[in-house]
Design a protein around this ligand. Structure first.
Ligand SMILES: Cc1ncc(C[n+]2csc(CCOP(=O)(O)OP(=O)(O)O)c2C)c(N)n1
Ligand SMILES: [Mg+2]
Length: 331
């Protein structure tokens, strides 16, 4: 079988997707089994092909912004797994200095603008990032991610309207994983084809198989090209599935085990590996070497997080939008 892309591309996708998955599984273990991580925690397991395909379709300086299910995209953007694990542990070496936690990963240097907990808020902020790029005269394109639940927020409509009016270089990426917490997409609207929401604003749209890094790469590349050329936004509905609960404390009564197993049979990493093998792109030894590299990086991230210091007490009032000398803050 001949493959569409180079060996490097397939192996890059494979390594990145494995890194995201193994990071998530390790962090979950540290949370559930050892109590080393506390607070909110939303895993990206099952959705990794979206992060992988988006990376090869964009440039490092293209800004990304997403919701609280942010670990995978942050790692894809090049924020180190050490600083991601440390952030989950609440340590000073975390990418948000241990003060943001799971939902607020951040890396300005990597053009990763969070990590946001208010459902749908980052859709508007993403258009703002795109506005900034256009204003500065760059041809960078912002990728603004949100879930199927967030697609029901008013913010989406106001943002779509202005983004089309001003032809902003933004790609709205709906990661449609079928559920908003425990509420299925059928229960939140009579419009279950989210891509159709673009029609009201005459915005181009597309539906993409989110279990395939190749399909994501292709769909996002088309939208990026249009945005870079000044033709404005696109809505991409990327169909995916999360294997884990909404958050770490979700008993998952709203779906059957059979449904989850059905999606796992189309696992994005397993399918990518089949493509790699069928195309004779890598030997078993090469794949094993990647897996070992990933395991070593994830293992090292735990060591790094555990050995890192807690934030100093003096950090409490830093990095918030309040003057440190504000009257009600006393020593
Ligand atoms: C404005 C607002 N309303 C409600 C919530 C509570 N809440 C947190 S996550 C969530 C579901 C969002 O689902 P979706 O957008 O599909 O994202 P997914 O978790 O599937 O990635 C809700 C309702 C919130 N954080 N913010
Ligand atoms: Mg969802």
């Amino acid at each position: 079988m001949s493959t569409k892309y180079t060996k490097e591309t397939y192996l890059y996708w494979y390594e990145l997707m494995q890194l995201i998955r193994q990071f998530e599984l390790m962090a979950e273990e540290k949370y559930k089994m050892e109590g080393k991580i506390r607070g909110f925690f939303h895993a990206y397991v099952g959705q990794e092909a979206i992060a992988a395909g988006c990376m090869t379709a964009t440039r490092p300086e293209d800004p990304f912004i997403t919701a609280y299910r942010d670990h995978g995209l942050a790692i894809a953007k090049g924020i180190s797994v050490n600083s991601c694990m440390a952030e989950l542990y609440g340590k000073a070496t975390g990418n948000a200095k241990g003060k943001g936690g799971s939902m607020h990963f951040f890396g300005k240097e990597q053009a990763f603008y969070g990590g946001h907990g208010i459902v749908g808020a980052q859709i508007g902020t993403g258009a703002g990032l795109a506005f900034a790029e256009k204003y500065r005269g760059t041809d960078n394109v912002c990728l603004a991610y949100f879930g199927d639940g967030a697609a029901r927020q008013g913010m989406l409509h106001e943002t779509f309207n202005l983004a089309m009016t001003w032809k902003l270089p933004v790609i709205f990426i709906c990661e449609n994983n079928n559920y908003a917490m425990g509420t299925s997409i059928q229960r939140t609207s009579n419009i279950v084809d989210i891509y159709k929401l673009a029609d009201a604003y005459e915005m181009p749209s597309d539906v993409i198989d989110g279990m395939s890094a190749e399909a994501v790469h292709e769909g996002v590349s088309r939208a990026v090209k249009r945005a870079r050329e000044g033709d404005g936004p696109t809505l991409l509905e990327i169909k995916t599935y999360r294997y884990k609960g909404h958050s770490i404390s979700d008993p998952q009564k709203y779906r059957t085990k059979e449904e989850v197993e059905e999606y796992k049979s189309k696992d994005p990493i397993a399918m990518l590996l089949s493509t790699i093998k069928e195309g004779n792109l890598a030997t078993d030894e090469e794949i094993q070497a990647i897996n070992e590299r990933v395991d070593a990086a994830v293992g090292e991230s735990v060591k790094f997080a555990e050995e890192s210091p807690w934030p100093d007490d003096s950090e409490v009032y830093k990095d918030i939008y309040v003057d440190q000398n504000y009257p009600f803050i006393t020593d």
